[in-house]
Design a binder for this molecule. Structure first.
Ligand SMILES: Cc1ncc(COP(=O)(O)O)c(C=O)c1O
Length: 384
């Protein structure tokens, strides 16, 4: 099988991730077996949180809230702000459902307004537009993905953060597609909140993500429950991170994510980025030579992360993905990628969306060549 769905979840994982999860789960090397309360601050938990925090340049690991995925982290960030009716949120035109749905929910339920920044390939967010809306006032939040899960476009997030701060708005970055591929350092970026997924570029298990929340930002909780500590009181404490991590921690996944991060540090982020950029460049070049193929997003591989979306004249994305999978064991993802907003933005909705090729570190130049060769032979309904 040629696995080109790394934008959904990376596969395979580095061997040390499998081993870390297995050992933790098997030996229950966790606070769950500890007999005393407050044991959620066990060594393994603390060490893993500290490793993950340090990977993101987070100085105080307590500001890193571990969540059941990036979706939950983004919901916590967006719904956790103390919104007032009439406040405004700005988002890019390439946001995932995990950002756009909570913002739309706030618009319906809390009468906030939202604006979507225009997009152009190579200029994924119109900063003049963002500034125009910020200047009008009442903007509480600018939410922006660091790299699109549909087109792969990399966003100028430092500029977005600085702009938001000039007008006293919070800036939330969605690092789901960036973490483990591009440098994501919360201090350098200066972002107020950064959400990430554990199972994509960080090579951790699914069902785990996180949210960095800058000091001084006090979010509402999304869920209430036990934290393992402060068990004798009825009310929930507002301690970070425990107030936001209610219920039993998914320690095997947390330990697995820490192993994934360690593997990236040992391998070198630059090496990973260079390899993925090479594969993306090779694919772009080859795909653009196939008649009737449209490639979305920036042309320059330096402006892209690992996802590449295309459409092909004479064959719907879903048909093409099914043909690649059944005839050639090439796994991709077709449709709207949980991001109909992105597809509206690039013009593939209304329509059938795109077929997405998600390249990862474990893909090879040969795999890209085989994929391109098969793509060129796809049985289309029209002659091109
Ligand atoms: C850009 C982006 N944001 C958010 C998410 C949600 O991540 P998760 O499914 O891990 O919660 C994804 C996952 O596909 C994504 O690509």
């Amino acid at each position: 099988m040629i696995y080109l769905n790394n934008a959904a979840t990376t596969w395979p994982k580095p061997e040390m991730v499998y081993q870390a999860v297995d050992k933790c789960f098997r030996e229950l090397d966790s606070p769950m077996r500890n007999s005393s309360e407050g044991a959620e601050h066990g060594d393994l938990m603390n060490e893993s949180r500290a490793s993950i925090a340090s990977f993101f340049g987070v100085i105080d690991p307590k500001r890193l809230i571990l969540t059941p995925g990036c979706t939950y982290a983004l919901n916590l960030a967006i719904l956790g702000i103390d919104w007032k009716s009439g406040d405004v949120a700005i988002m890019s035109g390439l946001e995932h459902h995990a950002v756009s749905r909570p913002i739309r929910k706030l618009a319906i339920e809390r009468s906030i307004r939202f604006e979507i920044a225009p997009y152009e390939p190579g200029h994924p967010i119109d900063l003049d537009f963002v500034e125009k809306i910020l200047r009008r006032g009442r903007v509480r939040l600018v939410a922006c993905t660091m790299a699109s899960n549909v087109t792969g476009d990399i966003f100028p997030v430092k500029e977005v953060v600085d702009l938001a701060h000039r007008y006293n708005a919070f800036c939330l970055l969605d690092a789901a597609q960036a973490a483990g591929v591009l440098e994501v350092n919360v201090e350098t970026l200066g972002a107020d909140m950064v959400a990430f997924a554990g199972h994509k570029g960080l090579f951790g298990p699914p069902g785990l993500g996180g949210l960095y929340v800058a000091p001084g930002i006090d979010l509402r909780t999304l869920a209430e429950g036990g934290t393992g500590g402060d068990s004798g009181t009825h009310g929930l404490s507002h301690k970070v991170p425990s107030a936001y991590e209610v219920g039993t921690h998914n320690l095997p996944a947390i330990v697995g994510l820490a192993a994934g991060v360690r593997w990236i540090q040992e391998t070198g982020l630059e090496k990973i980025r260079t390899h993925e950029r090479k594969l993306v460049g090779q694919f772009l070049e080859g795909a653009l030579e196939i008649p009737g193929v449209t490639v979305y997003g920036a042309r320059d591989p330096n402006q892209r992360a690992g996802a590449v979306s295309i459409t092909m004249e004479g064959m719907a994305p879903k048909e093409l993905a099914a043909w690649l999978a059944t005839e050639h064991q090439i796994t991709t993802r077709a449709g709207y990628h949980c991001a109909p907003l992105s597809h509206e933005t690039i013009g593939t909705l209304p329509g059938d969306g795109t077929i997405r090729f998600g390249f990862g570190y474990f893909n090879t130049v040969d795999e890209v060549s085989i994929t391109l060769k098969q793509l060129a032979k796809a049985p289309r309904a029209v002659a091109v």
